[in-house]
Design a protein around this ligand. Structure first.
Ligand code: ATP
Ligand code: MG
Length: 527
């Protein structure tokens, strides 16, 4: 019997050359897809969902584009995954990592066609990656000791990150916002305490940073509009009387007056609950769920500000920044941690009223209010700002900085190329290929900016022949420029993550010699 009969009918397999081709093609197609978004002059993509609402997203962020694709090719999925990991780990470089992995595979394909075994390629790539990382870590600048210089480094990094995004026009303003917000964190990488609120209207330049926390809710009628020295109880509990929650419960009565009695009993229960809550000695109560009229009245009578239906993320953040805990039972006031802040007041942003908490327990808490023409602009602005915040918070901990604009790739390519010349054996072809793949990044940045990439990269290579060269691609003037002078910097952590993840992903895909597709296991098989 033929060997392929070991699989059931639904399963199929692709072997050897075919399997490798399928994965190369899939991975390269994904890389080519996001390639045009790379660099400050990269284009954006519109993602339209075919589902209900036909939601539209306009974005330049590699991870966002790839996350929304439904992909059938397993190798392509690996690349989508590294881009996601890059987004979670360092926030930026999500396009670069996929493009570099794609280029590594493109070069590998040529070598495989020239009959070099994938394992040889892999070991060459490993040596090359090691060498590239070494040269990167030798050329870093670390200004941790000098606060002034370090802050200017942070500004430069923020500006470089934002320059490829929608915020590039106002990058000075937003870089300042991001640096201020991250400096408040004092070294923590927990971005939870930086809240981003999006309010359509105004222009992007009207966005601002606010000390404290803003909750997108209105203060109810008859309740205090301003509270000083607030004691806040954050809760997630049912505050509704007028509906019976147990489905199928049936109450038989023989007259209308009995119905009234039930209502009274329910009201009494709610009154008790409210009393218990008030007994915590609070002056502000924020609930995840609805607060119905009757309990709201009771709170208003007691002079307590009651806010209902706060969104889940909202109350978690609020509990975090005010130093409280989310409560759902109120029998033991001692065991409930109540949050504190100096002042709660109503503020206006554009046409909307919101509630502002200032002087929070957690001093680093702050809110960035984004203004912009439409929801799409605001969503993309948030993603871009998120990239910048992520990179900055990582840089505060690891303050090593590199230049950008294709400079890191050029120095890596040069060093790797030299290594290739020194290495005997077939591996040297793979190492040389690695250097070529690295050069693809400046090439693509130049291409996307409408420049003559072949000429630019050749010029750059010549420049980089000198020791300690700081040349890179200046897309604004369209020529080779001094990156140190132009202030284009990038975080070492981002570049290192790009290099290592891309190499690992390429290696993983290269190792494949068989793709087996199986239908999900049936139920009866499990028994
Ligand atoms: N002003 C500039 N001049 C030249 N190159 C720049 C400039 N600003 C940024 N770059 C380069 O552009 C590249 C980053 O592009 P981009 O931000 O589009 O992709 P990414 O960071 O890999 O992915 P994403 O931002 O989508 O997560 C980096 O290599 C960076 O050095
Ligand atoms: Mg970027």
């Amino acid at each position: 019997m033929a060997v392929d009969r070991i699989f059931k009918d639904e399963a199929s397999e692709e072997k050897g050359e075919r399997a490798r081709m399928a994965s190369f093609i899939g991975a390269m197609a994904i890389a080519d897809l996001v390639k045009t978004t790379l660099g400050p002059k990269g284009m954006d993509k519109i993602l339209q969902s075919t589902g209900r609402g036909r939601e539209v997203t306009v974005t330049n962020d590699g991870a966002t584009i790839l996350k929304s694709l439904h992909i059938d090719n397993p190798a392509a999925k690996v690349l989508v995954d590294i881009s996601k990991v890059q987004d979670d780990e360092v926030g930026d470089g999500t396009t670069s990592v996929v493009v570099l992995a794609g280029e590594l595979l493109r070069e590998a394909e040529k070598l495989v066609n020239a009959k070099i075994h994938p394992m040889t390629i892999i070991s060459g790539y490993r040596m090359a990656a090691e060498c590239a990382r070494d040269v990167l870590s030798q050329r870093v600048v670390d200004n941790k000791e000098n606060a002034e210089k370090f802050k200017s480094d942070l500004m430069k990094i923020a500006k470089t990150t934002l320059s490829s995004k929608i915020l590039s026009q106002d990058k000075e303003h937003f870089a300042q916002l991001a640096v201020d917000a991250v400096m408040r964190l004092k070294g923590s990488t927990n971005l939870e305490s930086i809240q981003i609120i999006k309010k359509p209207g105004g222009s992007l330049m009207d966005s601002f940073l606010d000390e404290g926390f803003i909750l997108d809710k209105k203060i109810g009628i008859g309740q205090p509009k301003r509270i000083e020295n607030a004691k806040i109880l954050v809760a997630n509990t049912a505050m509704d009387t007028d509906k019976v929650k147990i489905y199928g419960a049936r109450v038989r009565v023989d007259s209308m007056s009995k119905v009234a009695e039930i209502e009274v009993a329910e009201k009494e229960k709610m009154r008790e609950k409210v009393q218990k809550i008030i007994a915590h000695g609070i002056n502000c109560f924020i609930n995840r769920q609805l607060i119905y009229n009757f309990p709201e009245e009771l709170f208003a009578d007691a002079g307590i500000l009651a806010i209902e239906h706060a969104d889940f993320e909202g109350i978690e953040r609020l509990a975090l920044v005010t130093g409280g805990e989310i409560a759902s039972t109120f029998d033991n006031p001692e065991s409930v941690k109540v949050g504190h802040c100096k002042l709660i007041e109503e503020i206006m942003i554009g046409e909307d009223r919101l509630i502002h908490f200032s002087g929070c327990e957690l001093g680093q808490a702050c809110t960035i209010v984004l203004r912009g023409a439409s929801h799409h602009v605001l969503d993309e602005a948030e993603r871009s700002l998120h990239d910048a915040l992520c990179v900055l918070s990582q840089t505060v901990n690891d303050s090593r900085v590199l230049l950008g604009g294709g400079w890191p790739e050029m120095i890596m390519a040069k060093e790797v190329d030299e290594l290739a010349r020194k290495t005997p054996g077939k591996k040297s072809h793979a190492i040389e290929a690695f250097s070529k793949a690295l050069l693809a990044i400046p090439t693509i940045i130049a291409d996307n900016a409408g420049l003559d990439s072949a000429e630019m990269v050749a010029k750059l290579r010549a420049e980089h022949h000198k020791e300690g060269c700081t040349a890179g691609i200046d897309v604004i003037s369209g020529s080779v420029g001094d990156m140190a002078e132009l202030g284009i910097s990038e975080a070492f952590k981002v570049k290192q993550a790009v290099l290592l993840s891309a190499t690992e992903a390429a290696e993983m895909i290269l190792r494949v010699d068989e793709i087996i597709t199986c239908a999900p296991r049936r139920r009866e098989d499990r028994m």
